[in-house]
Design a protein around this ligand. Structure first.
Ligand SMILES: Nc1nc2c(c(=O)[nH]1)N[C@H]1C(S)=C(S)[C@@H](COP(=O)(O)OP(=O)(O)OC[C@H]3O[C@@H](n4cnc5c(=O)[nH]c(N)nc54)[C@H](O)[C@@H]3O)O[C@H]1N2
Ligand SMILES: Nc1nc2c(c(=O)[nH]1)N[C@H]1C(S)=C(S)[C@@H](COP(=O)(O)OP(=O)(O)OC[C@H]3O[C@@H](n4cnc5c(=O)[nH]c(N)nc54)[C@H](O)[C@@H]3O)O[C@H]1N2
Ligand SMILES: [Mo]
Length: 737
């Protein structure tokens, strides 16, 4: 989130693409309702389903899944035509508007209406309302990301906000509602296979930085890796199974195919292609599951040997910092000691590290360096030292604990502290550049000084970029800079080489020696950051937001039809990508699968969440109370469609997928979906293609509710950049069971 949940109460217009906060973020949704009731904000919901969030909206657009880029270009088309854009903001703080203007010309209302399945008047009405009601906030979540064009979706949404000047202001921003409680923290800490902690990437420089932080020799670190793969992204959770099953199509260096898996805090049946996942589970030589609950993977695999279920302690039994959706942290205090034989995750991992022989090396930076350290405080200090990129230097364990134990001293709408904590914002939302910095409630706000949470856009893409044969500066223009700054316009990121010139102050000989060869991200002495802050400068520079990425397949976001599209007539105009032979170490298909599937698979499949269940579902389906509220897996079918197939309320239907798999699910008739859409939640497991797996759970541990996993029939399809599965956009066929 660029802003935060309380800040939504400042909004006058709230546009929601592909999120259902009334169900998935019900506590946070109270801020939306307050904005509407107290601030007169208008709520606009764009979703293929009439959701509980849509029920609270002033305007609801029932869009065809996978067409948001076309819809937003349609809005931009009208904004440019009517001169509703924020010309000053665009000129001063963005790069690439020419390319966006050009593409938007291709999306007049009649074209958009045809692609998106909406009425032209609706597009006009929404655009007029949203463009003319300021400030406006843009919300999204999984409805935008789980597509082969997910990355394009997540680029076009901020572009709309930049064009309207809705960035860096109270009540504005792009506010992405994150999933699990600490998913932001997990991402920041590098739980993805394309980066080391703090988004440093996988380059040699990134490894050298972390070697310094961890106090290990870089050469030792290097020796732990296969040189062929050390600097390349790894497999993703979405496609680990291909690393097991299709050895000939993977690029995994010396190691070859995947033979062992440790699954920690993931349901594994929650990812698309459950049938492939099951095959891969069966073929593994070693499967270790670390989870507080009896895990569904155990029921799915036929493997009898080499399977270990290690009981993990839950969040109540451990402590440490967790990061919320708005980048602010809380300290989680232990409530009870780990129960029975369960162990906290870090203890299990430490045990593994000892047996693999790198525990001593990788704990050298903690405590006295000889194995005497305090967990998790010393780990938090390591994070403070290493993660400059997102500004975690100010997150000392002492400050975080102070915030969590004093949360009555913070204003829920501005996050501003009172009394002894008046110089900080709740949870020190990152970037929190130093121990004196208050945190950053809203990103990119140039109306306040850097030391109060102000900043421009990050200078991350050089000083100049080319577009349509012309060169453009990437630094923001004169005047567009936070107050009290030594620079009056844009400036590059801070380095040892430019610090004196930018701050106008000389470094001492000792300081020079300390920072030699470093920049704000790698200077562990913090000299560069402190000097920059003293001069009112943001360590990462003050640049333009980029709408065009010259090095990407789609330099600007482009509408492309889903691989399994219900509109095959649009494929030639809006084709998907070329197949990718080496995409996160596996082959990913796009074009070779895109064709007219609609003869055999005439209905669209949409999957999402319900309020009583959570994620893969084991945590809620072992609860008797929650299982009683929603005891069974089901799908929603429009009553007219149900009539065509002879399906009545409560009948079972088979849902068939283009991959040849099927799922047996109970039908609920509902007008919340259009005639050609089937909706299903993804929280169930324990039944595979109609066959119950109940007997496979450990004795006495069958969840109260089991059912088909819809991911058995969600279609093949992955985002071109992130490889997130296209679980929001597939095709299917139904028949009465
Ligand atoms: N009760 C409950 N709460 C949860 C969770 C849970 O499992 N249960 N999970 C948590 C997690 S991990 C996450 S990531 C968040 C997710 O939060 P959300 O993203 O809100 O979750 P979903 O319900 O999957 O999807 C949101 C909406 O996207 C719509 N949608 C689908 N395709 C499209 C499309 O192409 N365009 C548009 N505009 N909309 C589309 C769906 O119809 C759905 O209403 O929720 C979190 N909160
Ligand atoms: N079709 C379809 N599929 C989807 C989605 C969709 O919208 N549609 N959404 C996707 C999204 S956004 C997400 S996030 C995933 C969610 O899918 P998962 O991440 O698989 O879902 P969870 O049920 O949250 O899984 C968390 C697991 O962690 C365990 N756990 C809880 N606390 C701890 C702990 O402290 N330590 C350890 N070791 N384990 C713990 C839980 O018991 C549970 O087994 O599903 C994805 N799959
Ligand atoms: Mo998620």
């Amino acid at each position: 989130m660029t802003n935060h949940l309380g800040d939504i109460q400042h909004s006058k217009a709230i546009i929601i693409f592909g999120a259902n906060p009334a169900v998935n973020h019900p506590v946070g949704f109270q801020h939306f309702l307050n904005a509407k009731e107290k601030n007169g904000a208008k709520i606009i919901v764009v979703d293929p389903r009439f959701t509980r969030t849509a029920a609270k909206a002033d305007m609801f657009i029932q869009i065809r899944g996978g067409t948001d880029i076309a819809f937003i270009y349609g809005m931009l088309h009208l904004i440019f035509k009517n001169g509703w854009e924020d010309k000053e903001f665009i000129a001063d703080r963005t790069f690439g508007i020419e390319a966006i203007r050009k593409e938007a010309q291709n999306y007049p209302p009649n074209v958009v209406a045809d692609i998106c399945g909406v009425k032209e008047e609706q597009l006009l009405e929404v655009t007029k309302l949203y463009a003319q009601t300021k400030p406006g906030t843009l919300i999204w979540a999984m409805g935008l990301t789980q597509h082969s064009i997910g990355t394009g979706n997540t680029r076009i949404a901020p572009i709309l906000q930049l064009v309207l000047g809705n960035m860096g202001i109270n009540g504005g921003g792009t506010n992405i509602l994150r999933g699990h409680d600490n998913v932001q923290g997990a991402t920041d800490l590098g739980c993805a296979s394309d980066t080391l902690p703090g988004y440093y990437g996988l380059s040699e420089g990134a490894f050298k930085h972390w070697a310094k932080v961890w106090k290990v020799d870089y050469e030792w670190l290097k020796a732990q890796y296969d040189p062929e793969t050390m600097n390349k992204s790894g497999f993703t959770l979405a496609r680990w199974w291909q690393g097991v099953l299709e050895e000939e199509k993977i690029h995994n260096g010396k190691a070859g195919k995947i033979r062992a898996m440790v699954c920690m805090g993931n349901g594994i049946i929650s990812i698309a292609q459950t049938n492939k996942v099951t095959q891969a589970l069966n073929q593994l030589e070693l499967l270790v599951v670390i989870d507080p609950f009896p895990h569904d993977a155990i029921a799915y695999t036929e493997k009898k040997d080499g399977v270990y279920l290690l009981p993990a302690a839950s969040q109540m039994e451990t402590s440490g910092s967790v990061t919320a959706t708005n980048r602010s942290a809380q300290w989680r205090f232990q409530v009870v000691k780990p129960l029975y034989e369960s162990k906290p995750d870090q203890e299990i991992l430490f045990g593994l590290a000892k047996r693999l022989g790198f525990y001593e090396q990788l704990t050298k930076a903690l405590g006295d360096g000889k194995g005497n350290f305090t967990w998790p405080e010393d780990a938090t200090r390591e994070i403070n030292l290493g993660m400059k990129t997102i500004g975690l230097s100010g997150w000392t364990p002492e400050r975080l604990k102070d915030h969590t134990t004093n949360w009555h001293l913070f204003d829920p709408i501005s996050l501003k502290g009172k009394g002894p904590l008046r110089d900080s914002y709740y949870g020190l939302p990152w970037p929190c550049w130093s121990e004196k910095h208050p945190g950053t409630p809203n990103l990119y706000d140039i109306s306040i000084p850097v030391m109060q949470g102000g900043m421009g856009f990050r200078n991350n893409f050089g000083l100049e970029q080319e577009l349509m044969g012309k060169k453009y500066s990437m630094l923001s223009s004169k005047g567009s800079t936070p107050p009290s700054s030594s620079q009056k316009g844009g400036y590059p990121e801070i380095t040892a080489d430019n610090i004196e010139e930018l701050t106008g102050k000389k470094l001492t000989a000792k300081e020079k020696e300390l920072v030699k060869g470093t920049n704000w991200k790698t200077d562990l002495s913090m000299t560069l950051v402190h000097k920059a802050l003293e001069a009112g400068l943001c360590p990462y520079g003050n640049a333009r937001a980029r709408m065009v990425v010259n090095t990407w397949v789609d330099q600007i976001p482009l509408h492309r039809e889903p691989i399994h599209t219900p509109r095959p007539d649009l494929i030639s105009k809006y084709p998907t990508y070329e197949d990718q032979p080496n995409h996160w170490r596996v082959e990913t298909k796009f074009k070779s699968l895109q064709k007219d599937w609609t003869q055999d698979f005439p209905l669209q499949l949409n999957t999402a969440r319900i309020v009583t269940h959570s994620g893969q579902g084991i945590e809620a389906r072992v609860s008797l109370a929650l299982s009683e509220i929603n005891p069974e897996m089901y799908c929603q079918i429009h009553p007219d469609t149900a009539a065509n197939y002879g399906v009545g309320e409560g009948d079972f239907v088979w849902i068939h997928s283009p991959e040849g798999f099927k799922a047996k699910v109970k039908a609920k008739l509902s007008y919340s979906v259009k005639e050609n859409v089937i909706f299903a939640p993804f929280h169930w497991a324990g039944v595979a293609q109609g066959k119950s797996l109940e007997a496979n759970y450990p004795q006495g541990y069958v969840p109260y509710s089991i059912g088909e996993s819809i991911n058995g029939v969600t279609n093949y399809g992955y985002d071109i950049v992130t490889q997130i599965p296209e679980t929001k956009c597939g095709l299917c066929r139904i028949e009465k069971a």
